[in-house]
Write a protein that binds this ligand. Structure first.
Ligand SMILES: CC/C=C\C/C=C\C/C=C\C/C=C\CC/C=C/C(=O)SCCNC(=O)CCNC(=O)[C@H](O)C(C)(C)COP(=O)(O)OP(=O)(O)OC[C@H]1O[C@@H](n2cnc3c(N)ncnc32)[C@H](O)[C@@H]1OP(=O)(O)O
Ligand SMILES: Cc1cc2nc3c(=O)[nH]c(=O)nc-3n(C[C@H](O)[C@H](O)[C@H](O)COP(=O)(O)OP(=O)(O)OC[C@H]3O[C@@H](n4cnc5c(N)ncnc54)[C@H](O)[C@@H]3O)c2cc1C
Length: 666
């Protein structure tokens, strides 16, 4: 905020019962992370090249060129200022524009790191780190995305030349969707069916050069372009999602990523001791980052809706006094505060997921693979439930801002359009929950075998208790006890998984059973994932959390998150007998009283996200709350207002009006 500028939300900030600066540290993860983030946010906000308020007005070509300009400028600043990897990634985050760089750093580099041999990493990573080559992740095809085993692109080994021949045999085998592919990438990690000596060996990744490093023209045998406009204006259209066809393109044998499987000069296929599923490792990595991204997108929308709800007044004026702030309506609170709580919940579960991922990666380096299935289930499941909830929440925030939420300059329509494909990319959310369900059913089926479930399924080891326990909640207060809440969530989740397993057992063919029961399985998987989010929020509170009143606020938010999910899925809790209707009603009573506790802290709780006005890019979410004059000024900047009488008046409006006058005279 400018020094000396009026703060229309100052009153809201004064009622906060906790130290906002300390909460900023907790949100950021550490004082260091906050400091870096804050510095990079200001660096970006103060640079005119990174202006983004005109995105929705630009044509596709202008938008795309502007994105290239921003990406090049960001890279120049990163090099000039010798920024660390952490700082550089924060710069990209605050530039806040989907671009080829997301895929270069987010998937191409990780794919080489995760699936390449030491030698391959040494050859390719330095080029990628200096951006002397730009890469994308080309897996999905026109005909297959979810079903990776169904990909049709082939990579046939030619022992005569020691090369692979990469080929697109059908129209449906055309690569379709990869970001950065359409117009920018010089290279791709392309996924194709490996064929050696007429034998198929599954889908593997291959580094393929697509464009000349001299003039950017496609290399012989490569057909490549952009797939066209996507949902919304501005939004994801700054990304060149692409189409790619290979016509018998030859690449050296050592460009197959060979950590999982090697093909020798003689054409021998050697499976290493690394599990085949590591081919999917890049997706596991990205799914984990997408959970963190969900908390960012959600907190951004909630920040806008909360500040605006405190500024906006409708009805309720008494004796000529001010009208009621819409944030004081209980309905507004019951729609908004659970989303605020969810933003914090997703933040902490993403912190935990990152540590799980790091731990599993270290184990994989040591040749320990036992935790891989859990890492896959957790990343897939949490990616699914957090992105679905966030997409819904952004739209809810738009509605919470009434009519003004529908204006582009509220920031919410574009945020929704940019965000919503997260429910599809990196795995369709339903397909991913089915993966979790497989994992759960397998865990349940092994319960009798003496195999003790560990990690996030450890609770299933207490199946005997959880299958018949009764919640002893007797008052609304009892719902503030994390143990009581967790037991209800565990009972619900276990009983749903067990019911699925029992129903599955009735089918002679398990795959047929799985297909028939898919809708129930998805619900059981979601229940399990919600339990993880609730548990990790409570576990976070076991840590030392410094700062006056910070822990207290987080306790309130954790209860709000848990009881909101319970209220939303009350049917599950009741039908599984995990709680009684009376206990469900008590949970709702508690929720109401928690909303009242959040109310005086709401604006401070969104301030703790530490977002600059540049990053939020929302008139409604301005830090100073100066909404109306800004909305008014912004309206006049619209190109339609460049002239008082619009283009087209002479051709289309005037003749109409004249026609009416003639008719009236008749
Ligand atoms: C780029 C991001 C940069 C920064 C991120 C920051 C923020 C994010 C913001 C923006 C993101 C930007 C851009 C997005 C770019 C998008 C990219 C993409 O979309 S890339 C393409 C992604 N595609 C998919 O996700 C496809 C989904 N399908 C699959 O994953 C699999 O095919 C599926 C798992 C569904 C099925 O596979 P299949 O081989 O048929 O397996 P099956 O079901 O038979 O299972 C066999 C066996 O393997 C286990 N398993 C499956 N997957 C994994 C895995 N990933 N890891 C470990 N294990 C796995 C499975 O459980 C089963 O085990 P069991 O035999 O039952 O024990
Ligand atoms: C913005 C964006 C960026 C992308 N970036 C990339 C990229 O960089 N690289 C890349 O390789 N790909 C990328 N993709 C592709 C993306 O990964 C796929 O679109 C995604 O994995 C979903 O696959 P699909 O399109 O085949 O959906 P489909 O599988 O065809 O899904 C269609 C419907 O069928 C349902 N369905 C499918 N299978 C099942 C099943 N077994 N059981 C029940 N229901 C099922 C789904 O739930 C969905 O409702 C991107 C996609 C988008 C939208």
């Amino acid at each position: 905020m400018e020094v000396g500028a009026p703060d229309y939300l100052a009153g809201e900030r004064q009622t906060a019962e906790f130290d906002v600066e300390s909460m900023k540290v907790t949100w950021a993860g550490s004082r260091h992370a906050l400091e870096v983030s804050d510095r990079m946010a200001r660096l970006v906000a103060s640079d005119p090249v990174f202006r983004k308020d005109n995105r929705v007005m630009l044509s596709r070509k202008e938008l795309f060129k502007n994105t290239l300009r921003k990406a090049a400028h960001a890279w120049k600043r990163i090099v000039e200022l010798r920024l660390t990897e952490e700082e550089a990634s924060r710069v990209r985050f605050f530039v806040d524009e989907p671009a080829f760089t997301d895929l270069h750093w987010g998937m191409f580099v990780p794919a080489i790191k995760g699936q390449g041999t030491e030698e391959q990493q040494q050859k390719w990573l330095p080029l990628a780190y200096k951006m002397q080559i730009i890469g994308c992740y080309a897996q999905t095809e026109l005909g297959h995305g979810s079903n990776v085993q169904g990909l049709e692109t082939t990579a046939t080994f030619d022992p005569k030349t020691d090369e692979f021949i990469i080929h697109s045999p059908t129209l449906t085998s055309s690569k379709w969707w990869p970001g950065g592919l359409g117009k920018v990438s010089t290279h791709a990690v392309a996924y194709a069916r490996l064929i050696v000596d007429g034998q198929e060996h599954g889908v593997h990744g291959f580094i393929v050069q697509l464009r000349s490093l001299d003039d950017h023209m496609p290399l012989p045998g490569i057909t490549v372009g952009d797939i066209g406009m996507k949902f919304g204006s501005g939004a994801y259209n700054s990304m060149d999602n692409g189409v790619l066809r290979f016509d018998n393109v030859r690449i050296p044998r050592d460009q197959m990523l060979m950590r999982v499987l090697q093909v020798t000069r003689e054409g021998k296929v050697i499976q290493s001791d690394v599990p085949r599923q590591l081919i999917y490792g890049t997706m596991v990595f990205v799914r984990q980052t997408i959970v963190a991204d969900a908390s960012c997108a959600l907190s951004r929308a909630v920040c806008i809706a909360t500040r605006y709800s405190a500024v906006r007044r409708q009805f309720g004026s008494q004796n000529g006094g001010p009208e009621t702030q819409v944030i004081d309506y209980k309905t507004q609170q019951s729609r908004l505060f659970p989303l605020l709580a969810s933003a914090y919940a997703f933040r902490f579960v993403s912190e935990w997921l990152k540590s799980l991922y790091t731990d599993v990666t270290e184990k994989l380096q040591r040749g320990e693979f036992s935790t891989l299935p859990e890492a896959h289930a957790c990343t897939a499941g949490l990616k699914s439930i957090t992105t679905s909830a966030t997409a819904d929440a952004i739209e809810e925030c738009r509605k919470l801002c009434g009519g003004h939420g529908y204006l582009a300059n509220s920031g919410l329509p574009e945020l929704f359009a940019v965000y919503v494909p997260a429910c599809t990319y990196e795995g369709d959310n339903t397909v991913l929950l089915l993966q979790v369900a497989r994992f759960l059913v397998k865990t349940v089926s092994q319960l009798g075998s003496g195999k003790v479930p560990v990690g996030t399924t450890a609770y299933m080891g207490r199946a005997r208790h959880l299958i018949q326990c009764k919640s002893n909640v007797q008052s609304a207060e009892d719902w503030l006890n994390p143990q009581v809440v967790v037991e209800a969530f565990e009972a619900r989740s276990l009983r749903m998984s067990v019911a699925c397993a029992e129903n599955l057992a009735k089918f002679p063919n398990p795959e047929e059973g799985f297909a028939q029961l898919a809708a129930d399985l998805v619900e059981a998987a979601a229940a399990h994932c919600q339990l993880i989010v609730v548990t990790k929020f409570f576990e976070k509170l076991q840590q030392d959390i410094p700062g006056k009143g910070v822990k207290k606020q987080l306790q309130i938010l954790s209860s709000v998150y848990a009881l909101y999910i319970l209220h939303k899925h009350l049917g599950d809790f009741l039908s599984t007998g995990s709680i009684t209707p009376k206990q469900g009603a008590l949970a709702n009573d508690q929720l109401r009283s928690l909303y009242s506790k959040i109310r005086p802290n709401a604006v401070a709780l969104v301030d703790a996200f530490n977002y600059t006005d540049h990053y939020l890019s929302s008139v409604l979410g301005r830090y100073d709350g100066n909404v109306y004059p800004t909305l008014y000024e912004e309206a006049w900047k619209d190109p339609l207002n460049d002239s008082v009488v619009p283009d087209g008046y002479q051709e289309y409006i005037r003749p109409l009006l004249k026609q009416q006058i003639r008719n009236a005279r008749l």
